[in-house]
Design a protein around this ligand. Structure first.
Ligand SMILES: N[C@@H](CCC(=O)N[C@@H](CS)C(=O)NCC(=O)O)C(=O)O
Length: 217
């Protein structure tokens, strides 16, 4: 049964999911959510919450990106993105939450304000940018001497980190003096699985509401 991923290449969460597919070499069909039918109507009927990506495996719906990746690990064992050691797995899940909640979430708020999807705070998203600054400083300390976010191997947490740090920097620049964080971001962008997801987004970059900066990808 073909796995179908309802997605848009520019979406950070879709890039997170696609990184996992490519990392694990699991084939899937990407159904483009660009507002046009029949995919748009099909998706609305399938998952009325409307957040993407969402995955179908036959009649089964799997929503929310972390769960999609956990599902792939269960159904397609081999290279695991959640480690078998439960203690390390806790760490991986915790850092996955860090990137979703404390990097991607504030980044999204700034963008959604800019496109009037959410109320303007009149301060250019200052509160969210301050949260990003705190996350950057914490991550720079975390990544000192580390290759990946948690455990020794590339994991679910790094799938989450790659697009979160790409767009966070586009939205609110990561200061250059955070060398450990920059080195980690560079490693993520060079990882073939994420590089492929990012390449697939290139034709859509001009849609990034704040403008996609040159040379920061
Ligand atoms: N918790 C969801 C969040 C997904 C999400 O926020 N996706 C964005 C695209 S990157 C979206 O659906 N935006 C459209 C909307 O908010 O209606 C996940 O982990 O998959």
């Amino acid at each position: 049964m073909t796995l179908k991923l309802y997605a848009h290449p520019l979406s950070s969460y879709c890039q997170k999911a696609k990184t996992a597919f490519y990392e694990k070499d699991v084939p899937f069909e990407e159904l483009m959510l660009d507002g046009s039918d029949p995919v748009a109507s099909e998706f609305a009927a399938l998952w009325p919450i409307g957040r993407f990506p969402a995955l179908t495996d036959g009649d089964r719906l799997v929503f929310d990106t972390t769960t999609i990746i956990e599902y792939l690990d269960v159904k397609y064992p081999g290279k695991s993105l959640v480690p078998a050691d439960p203690d390390v797995a806790v760490d991986v899940r915790m850092w996955d939450r860090f990137f979703d909640n404390y990097v991607n979430y504030p980044q999204q708020r700034v963008v959604y304000q800019a496109i009037n999807r959410e109320p303007d705070d009149g301060e250019g998203g200052a509160k969210w940018k301050a949260q990003l600054d705190t996350a950057y400083a914490y991550l720079d300390r975390r990544m000192a001497g580390r290759e990946w976010a948690a455990g020794d191997d590339f994991s679910l947490a790094d799938c989450s980190a790659a697009p979160a740090l790409l767009y966070a920097d586009w939205t609110h620049s990561i200061p250059k003096h955070f060398e450990n964080l920059w080195a980690y971001r560079d490693r993520l962008l060079a990882r073939p699985s994420y590089a492929r997801a990012l390449d697939e987004a290139r034709p859509f970059r001009h849609y990034f509401p704040l403008g996609a900066p040159e040379g920061r990808d």
